[in-house]
Design a binder for this molecule. Sequence first.
Ligand code: HDD
Length: 700
Amino acid sequence: MTDRREDAKHRQLDEVRVDPANTELTTQQGVRVGHDDDSLSAGARGPTLLEDFHTREKITHFDHERIPERVVHARGAGAYGYFEAYDDSLSRYTTAEFLTSGERIPVFVRFSTVAGSRGSADTVRDVRGFATKFYTRQGNYDLVGNNMPVFFIQDGIKFPDFVHAVKPEPHNEIPQAQSAHDTLWDFVGQQPETMHMMLWLMSDRAIPRSYRMMQGFGVHTFRLVNGEGKGTFVKFHWKPVAGSHSLVWDEAQKIAGKDPDFNRRDLWDSIEAGRYPEWELGVQLVDESAEHDFGYDLLDATKIIPEEDVPVLPVGRLVLDRNPENFFAETEQIAFHTANVVPGIDFTNDPLLQARNFSYLDTQLIRLGGPNFSQLPVNRPIARVATNQRDGYGQQDIHQGHTSYFRNTLGGGCPALADSGAFHNYTEAVSGKKIRERSESFQDHYSQATLFWNSMSDVEREHIVAAFRFELGKVEAHPVRETVVGHLNQVDHDLAVRVAAGVGVTEPPAGPPNHGRRSAALSQLNQPNLTPHGRKVAILAADGVDAVGVQRLVSALDAAEVDVEVLAPADGTLRPGSDGEPVKVDKQLNTMASVLYDAVVVPCGPDSARTLEQDGYAVHFVAEAYKHAKPVAAFGSGRDVLRRAGVQEQLAEGTETEFSQGVVTTGASAGDLPEEFGASLLAALADHRAWERRTDSVPA
Ligand code: HDD
């Protein structure tokens, strides 16, 4: 395990940490306060006095506690950790030391949704931000990416239009954190470059099970630059060690009510439990000589480079191992900026990236109140900072000397120009007319949307069709629905027909032929090394439960780093059915819901099972988990609860383990509970969901 305090960033943060332990209350001026319940008044029932500086200061500070939320990505959660490169293999391509040194580089990562306000729910259908600040010795490097590899638009000038369209509509500020409304789809209909991204947004990628279980992408083509000044195009990828997994839509909507902090809590809890989220950084490298070999433009952020065409080379790993101590100071005040680069990394002429390089610095000025936000503890580089920039709101440094200009002699010429290690802009030849025009090479808006659609499994396609039907079904302006179906017809005729049938749009005539190409890496169901680690299982129980069986199962799950919680109709402890110790209840059943777990188990114990069979909440819990294609398991009399919940699979009759379509059962119990039962449950958890299960007719 890392010594979490022992990195340069944390040593720096230690200097500003404020511990209230063993302190006495004071004013901001350090004057001790002996009374904090009543304001100063003229007589016990008289008016409050202006001279009450303590009350005024307290209220004034409170009045100013809020800062503007981020104009997009307002809702987020973050954590510290480290990045380490596996080796120096990238040193041929870049002088960025953090990518080649193998040293542990402190990082802060902030995950976010895009459209919702700060207090909105985590599990809405949306893109997720994946922004990483690397505190490197060469300065801060920010990789401000998303969990989808493409973007809605090609040129940053359209960003305000896109955001205005997706945000709540301006007349009534409805709907919150939803893309299912008229203005977004009107925009999409008018801007077909959105099509590829809309396929991603309607896919399961838009409802990740956990931040720990989503991929990240730098999106743009960036440039690595080596010591000779030679550039190589690069795309950055984060691959989660826990696999890339998603919720189902009904579940995501319910979680938004049952636990709006679902993804935030999951990140926090897993770090507190020492189950550190981890990703592998990969790069796709393209030699500059191959810039025009792809049939699409590398500068177009609505395009991917399929992994089958250019492999993703693993270069290092990211581990998040420490929660922030204060949400506002750290997660809210962190300021990312695409232009925060270090020597060895540079931009391309991607017009989306160019606009971002303006926007991020600009937005921090209003959000964080002035030009000194990079001095905020979470933003401070660990690299030494020496500028001639001075003053401004919230200046924290006491600059000494009387020169703050370059070139000077009176200050000994300092700060002096760097002898070595300076950032040198990549030298690129540029020519052409000054012109407002979208390049011809940016005009293909459909073929990669088709590639994405072709690459999906049947169940992923079903989810995409259902998502389009849901979203367009909420659009009141029918002509907008028709326009969008028209674009879908350019992507794939079958897709358009299936969507049209659900949203009252006439079936379009056959569209252009589908090119038939696929990229296996795009499907979430094509993943190697699936693992149950870090999943969460609910055990439903009541008095009379088979305590020995529960204990055996919990040990097996625990050994596989799976979290288990015992849920019962009431808090406290449960009387064991026969042998064993009383079972501690972790949560009261009605404070939780199946949607907050990855699987459910109903143990043996005739009394326990009878109680649960009569408890509509428990039966619904099982039925709902079953409907959402989650692993559902029971042993002994626990199988009665599964039957009551409408589980349709054949349940085990004898003491063997039956494992079919994510349903794991055995008639055995207590000390006889077979190891295979736990092992099958773990295998089902690793599979994430039993997509082959047909549950359309199951109510839940
Ligand atoms: Fe952006 C925030 C990711 C296009 C303007 N963006 C923001 C965040 C992420 C992204 C992850 C949250 C950072 C944090 O956690 O604080 N944005 C992207 C990606 C894009 C993208 C992957 C396309 C490839 N963004 C984009 C464009 C513009 C912006 C084209 C403007 C022209 N984005 C902003 C912003 C935000 C922001 C207004 C809001 C808060 C902030 O920057 O700090 O400047």
